[in-house]
Design a protein around this ligand. Structure first.
Ligand code: F6P
Ligand code: MN
Length: 321
């Protein structure tokens, strides 16, 4: 079977009217930035300063910025400039980058380098992106307005999961530097025996989270009548990719620590794009109450409790409310 490159995949979508010219150009630009980030990440520790070294700055959310956070953000911004889009919102920046002179309404929101704590540990890190059309003087829209979304994961393989609203497609960066479609269809099974949560925070969880996790930990002897396994990567992209591959539930709920009353993850840069992919792959994504995609963002860096994955399992979490 002939390999389908991302360029040909998107060209066909453009011909079918599923992807407009601007979104097409934006996606190609993001792929070129991701290739550079993957190349840089792959040789971390040889010669140049560590990519995980602190820059001494903090982003808006109070996270310490690392060298690769800043580099990835610059590479993405530089790649987007010539595409003609109107604005770039980045987790690493306080304000939107406005591309002057653009007559387009297309906005890209991105977490340029997800999983920063894993940069120097040789574990998977990634780039998450969301593409939508701005409306009425605001650069923010609800997740349902996304025209395309996805993420790159830089791990043993550099992969891309992408949706333009007709299901999810998976690509792998081959040795010739091309993103080529993988031979599996991302689809999240409805049931699972695997969960992902940072259990170090359990003493801060609200009662409903404790109740749900207790049922899962009780295994065959508990109300669920089956054993579960746990995985936590510390990189959202890595946990998400696993869930697209074989199912699972991911939870970063609200907790009682200061500044965690809405969890840790950001609606615009992280939850919205992952939620779009999740729904397109047959899964469910919520903040514990509403579907993520129906939440109206009120600020660039707004956080949301984020629970997603296999539908039956997300339903089980909801039934503990
Ligand atoms: O971007 C935030 C992030 O690094 C995610 O990639 C990851 O899922 C989460 O934070 C890990 O948070 P914690 O260190 O609190 O477990
Ligand atoms: Mn992140």
């Amino acid at each position: 079977m002939e390999s389908l490159t991302i360029e040909n995949f998107l060209k066909t979508k453009n011909e079918k009217g599923e992807v407009g010219k601007e979104v097409y150009a934006t996606l190609i630009a993001l792929c070129s930035a991701a290739k550079k980030i993957a190349e840089i990440a792959a040789v971390n520790g040889i010669g140049a300063d560590s990519l995980g070294s602190l820059t001494g700055a903090e982003n808006t959310d109070g996270d310490e910025q690392k060298a690769l956070d800043v580099l990835a953000d610059q590479l993405i911004c530089n790649a987007l400039g010539p595409t003609g889009i109107s604005a770039y919102l980045s987790e690493e920046r306080d304000e939107a980058v406005i591309f002057e002179g653009s007559d387009s309404q297309i906005v890209v929101a991105s977490d340029p380098l997800d999983g920063s704590s894993n940069i120097d540990t040789n574990l998977t890190i990634g780039t998450i992106f969301s593409i939508y059309r701005a409306e009425q003087e605001s650069w923010l829209r609800e997740g349902r307005a996304q025209q395309a979304a996805g993420f790159f994961a830089y791990g043993p393989q550099t992969v891309l999961l992408i949706t333009t609203g007709q299901g999810v497609a998976g690509f792998c960066l081959n040795t010739e530097g091309q993103f080529v479609q993988m031979d599996w269809q991302p689809q999240i099974p409805a049931t699972t025996k695997e969960f992902a949560i940072n259990a170090a925070n359990s003493r801060y969880w609200p009662a409903k989270v404790k109740r749900y996790i207790d049922t899962v930990l009780a295994g065959v002897d508990g109300p669920r009548g089956q054993n579960f396994n746990m995985r936590w990567n510390g990189s959202l992209v890595a946990d998400a990719f696993r869930i697209f591959r074989r199912g699972g539930i991911f939870l970063y709920p609200e907790d009682s620590r200061k500044n965690y009353e809405n969890g840790r993850l950001r609606l615009v840069y992280e939850a919205n794009p992952i939620a779009f992919l999740v729904e397109q792959a047959g899964g469910r994504a919520s903040d514990g109450k509403a579907d993520i995609l129906d939440i109206t963002p009120t600020s660039y860096h707004m956080r949301v409790p984020f629970i997603f994955g296999s539908t039956d399992e997300v339903d089980s979490y909801h039934s503990e409310q």
